[in-house]
Design a protein around this ligand. Structure first.
Ligand code: 28F
Length: 645
């Protein structure tokens, strides 16, 4: 029987002073300690520099990846305050880097908390670094302060000399005892800085990599309009980029949007204080309401709706790509839910919807040809939606044998009818399909083995795609339609999981499937229902008194850890494919919700997603070659091949 202590006293309360809580549970502050968590250290510092620029101080931000594994970020703002902070009797900069959550209460600027991983302030970066060196060019002086070993002050604030410059320079080196990998990724940082540059028109962003000598600059005079043009580079737009901007009641509002032909996805990317709000919020709903109302009013006024029934929001948003960027003063900043990925500020809804409605109505009146084409496109969408609804109702009536037949010979169904809890595994190849079928949870897991490589569906028509046996089976299995008729509420699974071999073929099949879902079932991704299974690469095992002990490893770092844990006399098996695992290994390492690792598919960097699909999967091989030459470092691959040999 567990002994329960009831005489807790002060000595039991573990006083974690300063930054210890961050070092004890880093994942609580940066989401994880994998390579994504590592890069959050950079985002914290970059966001502080961006905040200073957005307030109009300084218009260039430089990031350098140094050879020693450190990163420095420099802005040309006012410089972090160095005066003594009243109640702590310490310089403001020392408080900013050593007190948790000082970013919020402490500074009057917008307190960023989107995604729950931002806005914890520079103190978290300091806590998880072996050193954090801050130089502040302010009041004509070079002020310097340095922290080491998880944020401990080692050089109190000092003056190094005189300067004419102003701004802040922060250089930090992540702690290898916290992060399994401390290698920064140039493209990851470049992607984030490019996004910031789009959002901050007129601000220069420069990224230098001292390890390779590669440099990249991002600077956009027209800001989110250029962002939109980049997103739609491979599409056929119905008009120029439509851009509205205004400052109303202390809110700064910018929207840029464009309609494209042969694209029935709606791609809306919204930001609050230059931080992505992936789950939207009041700014996004305000925008959507306004556009729907403006188009309906225009259509009625000009008698363009024969059917006299109003266009629905989804009809009006088909083929729409939009970027919404709002600046919200900290005192009004509210988020919905815990993860803070959804803006809650109520006032923004009316401000945006009134503003966008009046601007859009004016734009339609001034651009008659575009307006008529747009309404026609919306009416086509409305007709397609009604036709699909009618077909669905008829289908419900008569159980069509064809669909059941197609399903029965490939799909191993889940027994439960609890669609939200059920999971569909799309598995590469028959042998893995067999192990998955035997090893699965029969109640909630369905298995759909794929034969061979699916079609590349980038820039193919819906008809051509549906004629492909593999995809028509997937469409019928998920049961929510496809393309413009896809209705996420009809999906028969709460999770769709792509499970392919951890080799090149598997990776290719994975990208082909992701391309399909991105083009023809985009809501599956934006509603967080599409996942990629992560089968282990190794299993380290050993017999101990006739009992097998073992540990799975997903990369070489975990392999070394597993070898240490299993101890001398271990045996390593390398899984070249899913088919090499028996059903219980596949179950416990890759399918069991209690022990598996799933990667949720999300459109984190919209431009990167669009580029990956349209350039890497697209027909234009010259664009693909250019991308590969720019992004793939072949000598790095050679060394990798050397190592593996
Ligand atoms: C490379 C990272 O962190 N830049 C920053 C400032 C400027 C101010 C500030 C920051 C506001 C009131 C606390 C200066 N002068 N780059 C950066 N630049 N923080 S962080 O103020 C912090 C709070 O006190 C600043 C006047 N107001 C604000």
């Amino acid at each position: 029987m567990k002994e329960f202590k009831d005489n807790y006293n002060a000595s039991d309360i573990d006083i974690l002073d300063g930054l210890d809580p961050v070092r004890k549970r880093p994942a609580m502050y940066i989401g994880s300690t994998n390579v994504r968590g590592l890069h959050h250290l950079v985002w914290e510092i970059v966001d502080n520099a961006v905040d200073e620029a957005i307030n109009g101080y300084g218009n260039s931000i430089t990031v350098i990846i140094h050879k020693d594994g450190s990163v420095s970020v420099q802005d040309e703002g006012r410089g972090i305050p160095v005066d003594i902070h009243e109640n702590s009797k310490k310089p403001a900069v020392e408080v900013l880097f050593t007190v948790l959550h000082s970013g919020g209460k402490f500074n009057s600027k917008a307190y960023r908390t989107s995604g729950g991983l931002h806005g914890v302030g520079a103190s978290v970066t300091n806590a998880l670094s072996v050193y954090c060196d801050v130089t502040i060019f302010k009041n004509g002086l070079i002020n310097h302060i340095r922290f080491e070993n998880g944020g401990k002050l080692v050089v109190p604030l000092e003056v190094l000399g005189k300067t004419k410059k102003h701004g802040t320079l922060v250089r930090f080196k992540p702690d290898p005892t916290i992060f399994p990998t401390v290698v920064f990724n140039f493209d990851t940082i470049a992607g984030k800085l490019q996004e910031k540059a789009f959002l901050l028109k007129g601000v220069h962003f420069l990224l230098k990599d001292e390890r390779t000598g590669i440099e990249k600059e991002f600077f956009y005079e027209r800001g989110i309009s250029e962002y939109l043009e980049s997103l739609n580079v491979n599409k056929t737009p119905l008009s120029d980029v439509i851009y509205f901007e205004s400052t109303i009641d202390e809110f700064n509002i910018e929207v840029a949007f464009q309609y494209c032909l042969n694209d029935y996805n709606e791609s809306i990317y919204s930001y609050a204080n230059n931080i992505r709000t992936p789950d939207g919020g009041t700014h996004e709903t305000g925008f959507k309401t306004a556009i729907t109302k403006a188009v309906n009013d225009y259509a009625e006024e000009h008698n363009l709706l024969r059917s006299k029934t109003k266009l629905e929001g989804s009809d009006v948003r088909e083929g729409l790509t939009a970027i919404i960027s709002v600046q919200v003063p900290e005192k009004y900043l509210e988020y919905e839910g815990q993860t803070k990925t959804k803006l809650g500020t109520p006032a923004i809804y009316n401000v945006i919807s009134n503003f966008v409605y009046s601007q859009m109505s004016y734009y339609l009146t001034e651009n008659k040809e575009f307006a008529v084409n747009l309404v026609k496109k919306c009416v086509d969408a409305q007709n397609a939606r009604n036709a699909a609804r009618k077909a669905k109702e008829e289908a419900r009536g008569t159980k069509t044998k064809k669909i059941d037949f197609v399903l029965s010979d490939k799909l191993t169904p889940a027994q439960s009818k609890d669609y939200e809890k059920n999971e569909l595994f799309i598995v590469e190849g028959e042998s893995a399909g067999g192990s998955a079928r035997k090893g699965r949870d029969r109640m909630h897991q369905a298995i759909l083995p794929l034969r061979g490589k699916p079609l590349n569906t980038d820039s193919v028509t819906l008809e051509k795609m549906k004629s492909n046996q593999e995809f028509s089976t997937i469409i019928n299995t998920i049961g929510a339609g496809v393309g413009q008729n896809f209705d996420i509420d009809d999906a028969k699974y709460g999770k769709v999981i792509i499970m392919t071999d951890a080799d090149d073929d598997g990776a290719h099949i994975q990208t082909l499937l992701l391309t399909f879902f991105y083009h023809f079932m985009r809501p599956l991704i934006t509603n967080g229902k599409l996942f990629v299974a992560c089968p282990p690469l190794y299993r380290v095992s050993k017999e101990v008194n006739h009992k097998l002990i073992y540990k799975y490893a997903w990369d070489n770092i975990q392999l070394e850890q597993a070898k240490k844990e299993i101890g001398a006399g271990y045996h390593v098996s390398r899984f070249k494919g899913l088919g090499e695992m028996n059903e219980e290994q596949l179950w416990e390492s890759t399918m069991d919700p209690k022990t598996r690792q799933l990667t949720k598919v999300a459109i984190e960097d919209p431009l990167l997603a669009e580029q990956n699909v349209s350039i890497l999967m697209g027909k234009d091989s010259s664009q693909r070659r250019k991308w590969v030459e720019e992004h793939v470092d072949f000598n790095e691959i050679d060394t990798f091949i050397e190592e593996v040999k």
